[in-house]
Structures are given as structure tokens and as C-alpha cells.
Design a protein around this ligand. Structure first.
Ligand SMILES: [Zn+2]
Length: 352
């Protein structure tokens, strides 16, 4: 059976911004390289996804290399420094313009969706649906005075942090083996941002947040708890992954965890090795389903933002993953939930 899918996280805007001169037309050009472009995505059944804006200085190629920070047991990459909010604002505005330029150039094939009806209609019409996501809240003023500006621009999903500190929270450094319990929880402004995001109906993403921050979001948010691209710590004990207790909190809130294909977060040894079988992705999905149910697991690729297994070279290999889920015994109903229905539900519950 052919399934469509909605993806929890991609860095395709970053790829276009860094490698294609911020040119929207490249998205419709199959030569654009990277993991996602329009043709490859649509032909693979991608009905939509979260399109992240990740401000500088890092590109997916310049992230700190774990091999440079080895420890006797694994690695411990120091937390990068906070970045200048003003510089982030400039790039963020340019990347928002890029996203809408893609919509304009798409000839009604691509739409930035801002409410649940729009999401359903867009998908039904066979258009690709994009959710505007910020991977880190650097651009938001600590007094939250410009949150409405970004909401008006279409912001509907907000990661409090990437793996670095900002005014609101502390990101989790890449450490293996380690839980995410590294560093302090949310600041006062961070708690205020959670509450105000709830009021606007902006989805909060806990991926890249440290564990104390995660529990602060659980304590203060009235929306489903979401991690767009994080896996099971029980199978891959890296700080970016979620412990059973965190996964249970996600399930209890009727939220969702998006399983990422990032090899270091799939593998038991935490290494950046592309020779990682597709079965590792299936194992993480199976584990989380058994722990909290198929209503709380989704896909969160991290396409264009990480190192992928050889067997998932780009978006065209997602059908292979779905086939592997079928072979593993997942029912069609479970696969539909994992592939798109859970994301639709969580967005409907959050955006209302
Ligand atoms: Zn990420």
C-alpha cells in the first residue's frame, strides 16, 4: 500500500539559503541536491512537513564534530555560545521570505498553512503543506514583544532552543553516553514564552532542549508535549534522545515524538556512521509504540540537517522505511497514524 507522510523536521530552507543563494526556484529544480526538493518529495508521498528556520552561524556542514571531543566512553561536545539575536532576525526574515517565495513560485502546488482547516484542505487538494518552524527562539525578544509579529508572519511551531543557550532556555549539548539532564531549566522569560505561545496556539518543540527545560515545559504548557526530532534514549543513550519518563509525559499529554533518521541518535554506540540499517529506525518506532502507543509516534527526519543512514539517502527512500514498518507487522491504521494522522491531530489540538 502507498502511504503519504507528513514530516516533523527538515532544514531544507537552510540548504537553499546556504547553498542555492536563497533562491526559491531551486526547490522546484530536481538538480538542487540535498535531501528534499519538490519533485522528489511529492513523488515519494510527502504531503507536507515542518520547514525549520535555523539561524547562523552553523550550517549543517559546520556543526561541531563529535570526533574532536572524544572521551573514554564516547564524546562530549561543548555547548556552543549564544548567538546575536539581531543577526538572527535578519537571516530569519530572509528565510521567511524564501518560504513564501517558494509558495508564490509553486503555481498552487505548495502552501504555508496557518490553521488546521487550511492544513486539511491543502493536503486534500494535493498541494504540499508547510508549517513555519523556528529551531531556537533567539529572534524572540526576551519581553516577548515581537512574538505577535512572527505569529502574523506565519510562525506556528517554535523550538525553544537549538543545542545552545538563549534568553529562554538552555539547549542540550551532544554528549554520549548521557541523558539530557545537563544544565538549568527554563528562565523566567522561558516560562513566560511557553504560556504566551499557548495563548497564540504556537506549537512548542522540546527537541534540543535539556531535560530540566523539558520538565518545565511539561509543568507550564497546556498544549500537547512535542519533540519533533528525537529518539528513544533506551536504544541510543545520547543526550538528545528522550528517556522513558519523557516519552511517557509526551504520551500522557496526547503529544507526539517524531523519530529522526540522524544516525548518531539511532545507533546504540552514538556514532556518526552512515552504515546504519533502516531497521534501526523501525526499532525506535517500535520501542516508542510499545511504550506509549502508536498515537504518539511520528516521523521527524531531519532531512538536510544531519547525517543519514545509507538506506535513507534522501526523501525518496521514505517509502522504503514505510515498507519496513509493514514488514515489521505494523497495521495500516498504525502506519497512517505514524506517517501523518498524529501530526495532524497534534497541530489541530495546539492551533485551536
Ligand atoms: Zn535539530
Amino acid at each position: 500500500m502507498k502511504f503519504s507522510f507528513f514530516d516533523g523536521h527538515n532544514d531544507t530552507l537552510l540548504n537553499l539559503y546556504n547553498n542555492h543563494k536563497n533562491d526559491a526556484e531551486s526547490f522546484f529544480n530536481t538538480l538542487s541536491g540535498g535531501h528534499i526538493d519538490y519533485e522528489r518529495a511529492v513523488n515519494s508521498g510527502m504531503e507536507g512537513g515542518f520547514f525549520a528556520i535555523f539561524p547562523p552561524p552553523y550550517t549543517s556542514l559546520s556543526l561541531p564534530d563529535p570526533e574532536k571531543f572524544l572521551t573514554p566512553e564516547g564524546y562530549d561536545v561543548p555547548l556552543p555560545e549564544a548567538v546575536d539575536p539581531e543577526a538572527c532576525r535578519k537571516v530569519t526574515d530572509e528565510m521567511i521570505d524564501l518560504l513564501y517565495q517558494i509558495e508564490t513560485n509553486s503555481n498552487h502546488r505548495f502552501k504555508v498553512v496557518k490553521d488546521s482547516n487550511e492544513l486539511e484542505k491543502t493536503v486534500q487538494n494535493g498541494q504540499m503543506a508547510a508549517v513555519l518552524h523556528f529551531e531556537g527562539a533567539e529572534v524572540i525578544s526576551p519581553d516577548l514583544s515581537n512574538l505577535e509579529y512572527y505569529y502574523e508572519k506565519g510562525l506556528r511551531s517554535l523550538g525553544l532552543v537549538w543545542s545552545r543557550p538563549n534568553a529562554f532556555a538552555q539547549g542540550v549539548p551532544y554528549r554520549y553516553p548521557s541523558t539530557g539532564d545537563i544544565g538549568p531549566g527554563l528562565s523566567e522569560q522561558g516560562i513566560a514564552l511557553v504560556k504566551k505561545s499557548n495563548q497564540f496556539g504556537i506549537m512548542l518543540d522540546t527537541s534540543h532542549l535539556n531535560e530540566k527545560g523539558f520538565w518545565d515545559v511539561v509543568a507550564h504548557s497546556n498544549a500537547p508535549i512535542v519533540a519533533t526530532h528525537s529518539n528513544a534514549y533506551a536504544l541510543s543513550p545520547i543526550s538528545r534522545n528522550l528517556t522513558d519518563e519523557q516519552l511517557k509525559a509526551i504520551g500522557d499529554s496526547n503529544g507526539v515524538a517524531g523519530v529522526t533518521y540522524s544516525v548518531n541518535m539511532l545507533r546504540k554506540d552514538g556514532k556518526m556512521i552512515q552504515e546504519t540499517p533502516i531497521g534501526e529506525v523501525v526499532s525506535h518506532i517500535r520501542y516508542i509504540v510499545q511504550l506509549i502507543g502508536a498515537e504518539h509516534v511520528a516521523l521527524g527526519s531531519d532531512f538536510d540537517g544531519t547525517t543519514l543512514p545509507n538506506e535513507i539517502n534522501d526523501v525518496t527512500d521514505v517509502p522504503k522505511l514505510i515498507e519496513a514498518l509493514e514488514k515489521d507487522g505494523f497495521t495500516n491504521d498504525e502506519i497512517e497514524r505514524i506517517c501523518f494522522r498524529n501530526w495532524h491531530r497534534v497541530l489541530a489540538d495546539t492551533w485551536k
